[in-house]
Ligand binder design. Structure first.
Ligand SMILES: *Cc1c(COP(=O)(O)O)cnc(C)c1O
Length: 356
């Protein structure tokens, strides 16, 4: 008779190794990302705390609410924060980044890759290239971008990339990761203000530098969440990361086609920078769209964007044709329109792609 262990079983060595391997593969990095024992926002706050110090000037890009928050955490750490912001219906341009770097001469640059709240996606590859030209340490909040667009960490030379699984990867929100480059570790180690013996300390989580395996699985990793993340990443591997990204691209393109067929206008101004995770719809002049509760994946704007836009949250498991169709039906109903022509526009984008 086999004896199954009952109840909570600690994370095994092989589960831990699997998760580390899956995360490295997902991010195309040879440096195993640090597993953050909590929601993605913890990893982002830990990066801010670890890099900020009096005497350091950091250029922080604000294209949505997470960027503002990051700037406040940097200020708390004593850094001089140079901020470059755009209206939330735009993304940042490479030219604006270049001008701000020349003006402020920062040692590091932080930005959000894709914004679910505004529906915009920043030109990450160009921004990182400029940052490398000026030898800046780079921080990218890729929590919503991962699985929705390209994120080759080593190729792009990102020093800190924060990710979570709860958006495009359809995974749990209770454990997350930050990938840190060798330069990134040096930047933390050279900062006497970087937290130690703290939930915000990345240095406390640093793997041994000599390449030897840790003696035991870090005890702070939440085992159930880690198992859920392994399952989610296994599904991503089975589908193929490229196909997951493709599914998000189609969801976004079909949502845009659907809302345009209904006579609606995307909130984001420039179609080159639509996020693949959410489509944001301008409310202006359409009082029927003033909802205060989500209807399926159609949700009111967050914070200051309430009343200005609606979000279609077509990410993760909802990056599929039926979910986008349902959202377009919801919008048609709010506008008292027949949905058929808009549904046809959605279908046309998915074309012959297998329904998912
Ligand atoms: C979702 C998200 C996070 C994590 O935020 P939670 O509200 O904690 O889920 C961080 N940054 C960005 C850009 C996100 O989209």
């Amino acid at each position: 008779m086999s004896r199954e262990p009952k109840g909570y079983v600690p994370l095994s060595r092989s589960e831990y190794d699997t998760l580390k391997h899956q995360l490295s593969k997902l991010l195309f990095t040879e440096h195993a990302p640090v597993i953050i024992p909590g929601e993605a926002i913890l990893g982002i706050e830990a990066v801010a705390a670890g890099i900020s110090a009096p005497g350091r000037t950091i250029l922080n890009v604000v294209t949505g609410p997470y960027g503002s928050l990051f700037g406040k955490w940097l200020e708390r750490g004593g850094a001089t924060v140079a901020q470059v912001a755009v209206p939330f219906d735009e993304v940042i341009t490479a030219e604006a980044i270049l001008a701000a770097i020349k003006k402020h001469k920062p040692c590091a640059l932080s930005f959000v890759q894709a914004e679910v709240v505004t529906g915009g996606s920043n030109p990450a590859r160009e921004i990182l290239k400029i940052a490398r030209d000026f030898d800046l340490i780079t921080v990218m909040d890729s929590v919503s971008a991962v699985g929705g667009e390209a994120l080759p960490v080593d190729e792009w030379g990102v020093d800190f990339a924060a990710i979570g699984a709860q958006k495009a990867l359809a995974g749990p929100n209770g454990v997350s990761a930050v990938s840190v480059s060798l330069r990134g570790w040096e930047f933390l180690e050279s900062n006497p203000h970087a937290p130690r013996n703290s939930i915000l300390s990345l240095l406390d989580l640093k793997p041994d530098g000599n390449g030897t395996a840790p003696v035991r699985v870090p005890p702070n990793i939440p085992a159930l969440e880690a198992r859920a993340l392994i399952s989610a990443l296994t599904l991503v591997e089975e589908e193929g990361l490229e196909r997951v990204i493709r599914r998000h691209e189609l969801a976004a393109a079909s949502a845009i086609a659907g809302i345009r067929a209904l006579g609606l206008v995307p909130w984001q101004k420039d179609s080159r920078f639509y996020s693949t995770l959410t489509t944001t719809v301008r409310i202006s002049g359409k009082p029927g769209l003033l909802i205060d509760q989500p209807v399926g994946i159609v949700a009111p704007g967050d914070g200051e964007l309430f009343g200005q836009l609606l979000r279609i949250n077509h990410f993760g498991a909802n990056a599929c044709r039926p979910s986008v169709e349902e959202a377009v039906r919801t919008l048609a109903r709010l506008l008292s329109q027949e949905p058929e022509h808009a549904i046809a526009a959605v279908s046309q984008v998915w074309g012959d792609e297998v329904d998912r």
